[in-house]
Write a protein that binds this ligand. Structure first.
Ligand code: MN
Length: 307
């Protein structure tokens, strides 16, 4: 086996000594920001219906433009914006305009199609740190009307020294009011002093967990920002311990069981749908995002679309 083969072998079998999948983020660019892209993985396109996980920051945006993601379209998914620090302004083609702060949820349902922009407001917090998540819409809900919701207040639960905020589904007795279209869970865990817990899970769900800040030990595996731990179905609980102020994001759900075709900002099933959405964007049929100072994001060349 050559060195190259050996490296490929390692990259394709990211199973640790406890038999758990532990994968590293890819570095990606979103506008001017460098992000850690944790999902999708080549061998795992979705976890529950979660199909995209970007983690960015913490970074200083003091005296800088900060986040500038120009208007761009989405189909077939929901976007979940979650901040750990800073503030971001969302605008979309429905006319929504919403500032989001840490602990709040911006949930945009693209359904058959929407366009939005996300920017740091003119007067913004000097720090920026957050996650951008996508939830694939299941077959029966892919054509729903586009919608936007902001949840300023979310339910919280305390367990074993962790403060848990549930932004999707339910966990530890707390239920998010957010409208989702498949059985999923999404939560932030903030570690207090001596945080150690056996966190109850839905055995029918598969889960991933990652550290957004600090570190943790989850199911015997050390986690730092930039890696993603996959916990398969059949678990009634998971052991978590973390130093004070560490923050973890837990995502899960019933395995989607639908093959996704993801291209650019679209989640679809066939190349034809992707091509049609790209043409619709080029020809202005997603509607206009008001008050954005700059050009919308052009779609990249279509190239070859693989399922
Ligand atoms: Mn977007």
């Amino acid at each position: 086996m050559s060195t190259v083969d050996a490296q490929l072998e390692i990259a394709e079998t990211p199973v640790n000594s406890l038999g758990l999948e532990l994968t590293g983020a890819r570095v990606a660019r979103v506008g001017d920001m460098t992000v850690r892209r944790l999902l999708p993985l080549r061998m795992r396109r979705s976890v529950g219906a979660w199909c995209f996980v970007d983690h960015y920051g913490p970074m200083s945006v003091d005296g800088k433009a900060g986040m500038r993601v120009p208007p761009h379209p989405h189909i077939g998914l929901q976007t979940v914006t979650w901040l750990i620090s800073g503030d971001v302004l969302h605008t979309d083609s429905l006319g929504s305009e919403q500032l989001i702060r840490p602990g709040q949820l911006n949930l945009m349902t693209a359904g058959r199609g929407i366009a939005h922009a996300e920017v740091s407001p003119a007067e913004h917090d000097p720090a920026l740190h957050g996650v951008q998540l996508w939830v694939a819409l299941p077959e029966g809900s892919r054509q729903v009307e586009p919608a936007f919701a902001h949840h300023a207040e979310l339910p919280a639960a305390g367990i074993g020294g962790f403060e848990i905020t549930v932004f999707a589904g339910s966990l530890a007795g707390a239920q998010s009011p957010a409208r989702v279209f498949s059985e999923i869970v999404g939560a932030e865990l903030i570690a207090g002093r001596d945080a150690r817990s056996a966190l109850p899970l839905q055995p029918g769900h598969e889960h991933v967990i990652f550290a957004a800040l600090g570190s943790a030990e989850v199911a015997g595996t050390a986690l730092q920002p930039g890696s993603l731990l996959y916990l398969g179905t059949g678990r009634e609980q998971v052991e978590i311990a973390a130093p004070e102020e560490s923050r973890l994001i837990l995502l899960g759900g019933v395995p989607l069981g639908e093959p996704l075709l993801m291209w650019w900002n679209f989640v679809a099933r066939t190349p034809e749908e992707i091509e049609a959405a790209a043409v619709d964007w080029r020809e202005g049929r997603f509607g206009t995002v008001a008050d954005y100072d700059g050009e919308p994001m052009p779609a990249p060349p279509l190239g070859r679309l693989r399922r």
